[in-house]
Design a protein around this ligand. Structure first.
Ligand SMILES: Cc1cc2nc3c(=O)[nH]c(=O)nc-3n(C[C@H](O)[C@H](O)[C@H](O)COP(=O)(O)OP(=O)(O)OC[C@H]3O[C@@H](n4cnc5c(N)ncnc54)[C@H](O)[C@@H]3O)c2cc1C
Length: 491
């Protein structure tokens, strides 16, 4: 039976979900509150190969970009450490800082790669129901067990030790070079309201390694969202903000738009964040208080600002990271812990394209810039001060950059919330802390995309596996929707 599914949002997860539902023969309507598709930084994340195969197999227009070297680390003496896709090239670069670390790099890459492949397996499907008796769950659990066994004794020890560990402890175990530990440690705290000495951050390093070749610890960029937005098969309405999700007798009925228009649907899949979906959009009274309390408790605290620079010449780097040591990162976090912007922030600047007039665009990830400030609010003065700080810090490592800036824009976490709907400026919609990951993402009751309302699902980055993995949550959610409908649910 063909159903009409409404998908809320036109980001990458929603579009992947919509296309999987359409591919199964259902009618799909995507409702996006914003008026235009925006490519700015919106393509970060590993696209699982199954999604490419299923939805973009002709690869028409699809571009997946991975910089090589994937990062240049700014060294305190003005030099740079370049880490490349080729492990042997990185070994040579690291040797200049520490022959001991260089000798360990291949083993580190191999062991982290093995664990990341296990995560990739877990990310490719909804987390298996631990107490489930259905054949699919049992097969997935058996598959997981087998894969864990195949890690061997060393791999299992690595896994058990690493999961709860701080990325700082993990890297101190392996390396001595501050710069190497700094740039790897940054992947463990990316988008997280925690520092590298916090437990669970080693898992976040692994998360950002999933899908990358051995020795690459940052996700690639792609235009998969744009490719899917332009692909026929699903209807996308932009400027169509959903104001309410309507429920009848515990089952989904449809949605009401901000314009007042009512639309009915057999299933609604929301890519908006869970708190917005379940507490703002769903009519009150359908959810039990205990569940509401859990949803209210989802942590989203955004800590990243984005600074875009237009330069009149090339910046002389492809990706430049300012994260000189674990202590630097921890001190940057100390400020955020008390509601202040880091005085010396972790920066990652990406020179991604040449824009009109021969200018070069540089996008800077700035962390930590907390959403909630201890004193005052985000305003023009604070944005300008942050822009000045970013240019000053970058110019210490790219001396020509200061004079080359001809235009600059700063998006604080507040602005990211206003412009893109990221809750509290959190691009992953829910922090990727270990207690909000895997079977607990974003809370155990929502880990399999279903909500307590028949026919209402979640598919955004707050659901498993989370941000930084483009489209996996959407693909997994579609699988659950199709499964329910195959077995005649929801009514
Ligand atoms: C400036 C910028 C920087 C980014 N940086 C990173 C990064 O560093 N790392 C990373 O992994 N990702 C980053 N992203 C985000 C990333 O591209 C994806 O957005 C993210 O992975 C999640 O995708 P999504 O489609 O699930 O959710 P989103 O992209 O958040 O899409 C959800 C959509 O739902 C819409 N929506 C919400 N509520 C409603 C409603 N009531 N009615 C209708 N529509 C609604 C929103 O407008 C939004 O378009 C960035 C995005 C931007 C724009």
């Amino acid at each position: 039976m063909s159903l009409l599914a409404i998908v809320i949002g036109a980001g990458v997860n929603e579009l992947v979900c919509a296309h999987y539902l359409a591919r199964a023969g259902h009618r799909v309507l995507v409702l996006e509150g914003r008026t235009a598709h925006d490519d700015a930084s919106a393509g970060i994340g590993w696209v699982p190969p199954r999604i490419v195969r299923d939805l973009a197999s002709d690869r028409q227009g699809l571009m997946i970009h991975r910089a090589d070297p994937w990062v240049a680390v700014a060294l305190p003496d003005g030099g740079r450490l370049e880490l490349a896709r080729d492990v042997a090239r990185s070994v040579e670069a690291i040797r200049r800082l520490s022959p001991r670390d260089a000798a360990k790099w291949p083993a580190f890459c191999e062991r982290m790669g093995r664990l990341a492949r296990l995560l990739a397996y877990l990310y490719a499907a909804p987390p298996p129901e631990l107490m489930g008796r259905e054949l699919g769950d049992l097969a997935r659990l058996a598959g997981l067990g087998l894969r864990i066994r195949r890690l061997g004794r060393q791999g299992i020890e690595d896994l058990l030790r690493l999961l709860p560990m701080s990325v700082g402890d993990l890297l101190d175990d392996w390396f001595e070079s501050d710069a190497l530990k700094g740039v790897l440690g940054a992947a463990g705290v990316m988008h997280l309201h925690q520092g590298p000495r916090s437990g669970g951050t080693a898992f976040v390093l692994l998360h950002h390694h999933v899908g990358s070749p051995a020795g690459v610890f940052r996700p690639p960029f792609s235009n998969v969202a744009r490719v899917l937005a332009e692909r026929p098969g699903v209807e996308i309405r932009r400027g169509a903000e959903v104001a309410r999700i309507t429920v009848r007798e515990g089952c989904i009925a449809g949605v009401v738009l901000a314009s007042g228009e009512e639309l009915s649907a057999s299933a609604v899949v929301s890519g908006a964040d869970p708190r917005h979906t379940l507490l703002d959009l769903v009519e009150p009274g359908w959810l039990d208080p205990e569940f509401v309390r859990a949803v209210r408790g989802i942590r989203r605290r955004g800590v990243v600002a984005h600074v875009a620079l237009a330069l009149d010449r090339s910046p002389g780097f492809s990706t430049l990271a300012v994260a000189p040591s674990l202590d630097y990162l921890e001190r940057a976090y100390d400020d955020a812990k008390y509601g202040r912007v880091s005085r010396a922030p972790y920066l990652e600047a990406r020179a991604d394209r040449q824009i009109a007039g021969g200018r070069h665009r540089v996008e800077v990830h700035v962390q930590y810039a907390p959403y909630a400030l201890a004193e005052g609010e985000w305003n023009e003065t604070r944005r300008a001060a942050l822009g000045d700080l970013v240019v000053k810090v970058l110019a210490q490592h790219a001396p020509d950059l200061g004079a080359a800036v001809v235009e600059r824009s700063v998006l604080s976490p507040r602005d990211l919330e206003d412009a893109y709907g990221f809750p509290e400026g959190q691009e992953y919609h829910a922090e990727l802390a270990l207690d909000q990951a895997l079977w607990m993402r974003p809370v155990p009751a929502l880990a399999r995309y279903r909500t307590r309302i028949n026919g209402l699902y979640l598919c955004g980055p707050a659901t498993h596996p989370g941000g930084g993995i483009a489209g996996a949550a959407g693909a997994n959610a579609a699988r659950e929707v199709l499964r329910d409908f195959r077995f005649g649910k929801p009514k």
